[in-house]
Design a protein around this ligand. Structure first.
Ligand code: FE2
Ligand code: FE2
Length: 200
């Protein structure tokens, strides 16, 4: 934006125009550094590293959840979302590139805790039971809600900071997380919860 303002005020033919142009380049550099040094940008990058770690951890967790699930419907839902999650990782890599940052993982205790809860559900429910699927759906939805909160907030921040392409990518992932959450509710309500209730 700073470049635009200076371009408008720089007469190209005059001597001052040349000086103006030089200044414009300097200003652009300063602006970029200012942007990178701002607290909000630092927070934004740190939150991206957090969700980058989370998405990678979720890919692994979904393999275990798919293996543990009782019904084909839930196994398929986990398998589909694992493929989507791999896309989420590559979208995040694009986001890092767009803001000229390196994709790095920042250990996220929150997602580690949510994933651990899922592992405990597998241990504490009977193999082949519908109760296990009902519980696994809730565990998976906790993961989705963590992602929805993160992507929703970061997409809004990206818009505010003028990173429109970044916002588009984050919103695409947000939509997929919301669809997954909705599908899981559908699976639970169609038959899994009812069948689980019939179990001893
Ligand atoms: Fe995701
Ligand atoms: Fe997800």
């Amino acid at each position: 934006m700073a470049t635009k303002t200076t371009e408008n005020t720089t007469p190209e033919t005059s001597q001052t125009g040349t000086t103006g142009k030089k200044l414009a380049v300097d200003n652009a550099t300063v602006d970029k550094n200012d942007m990178k040094n701002s607290s909000l940008h630092k927070f934004f990058v740190s939150a991206l590293k957090d969700i980058y770690f989370a998405e990678n951890a979720i890919i692994e967790a979904l393999t275990k959840m798919e293996e543990a699930a009782t019904t084909e419907e839930l196994k398929e839902a986990f398998e589909d979302h694992q493929l989507q999650t791999k896309k989420h990782v590559s979208r995040l890599e694009k986001v890092f590139k767009l803001i000229d940052e390196k994709p790095e993982k920042k250990e996220c205790e929150a997602i580690k805790g949510i994933i651990k809860e899922g592992e405990e559900i597998i241990k504490s429910t009977q193999e082949g039971s519908m109760t296990r699927d009902a519980a696994l759906i809730i565990a998976a939805q906790k993961v989705e809600h963590y992602e929805i909160a993160t992507y929703g907030g970061l997409a809004q921040l990206a818009i505010t900071m003028g990173h429109d392409k970044v916002a588009d990518l984050l919103e695409k992932t947000l939509q997929e997380e919301e669809d997954t959450d909705y599908n899981l509710t559908e699976i639970a309500e169609t038959f899994i919860n009812f069948d689980a209730e019939q179990e001893d």
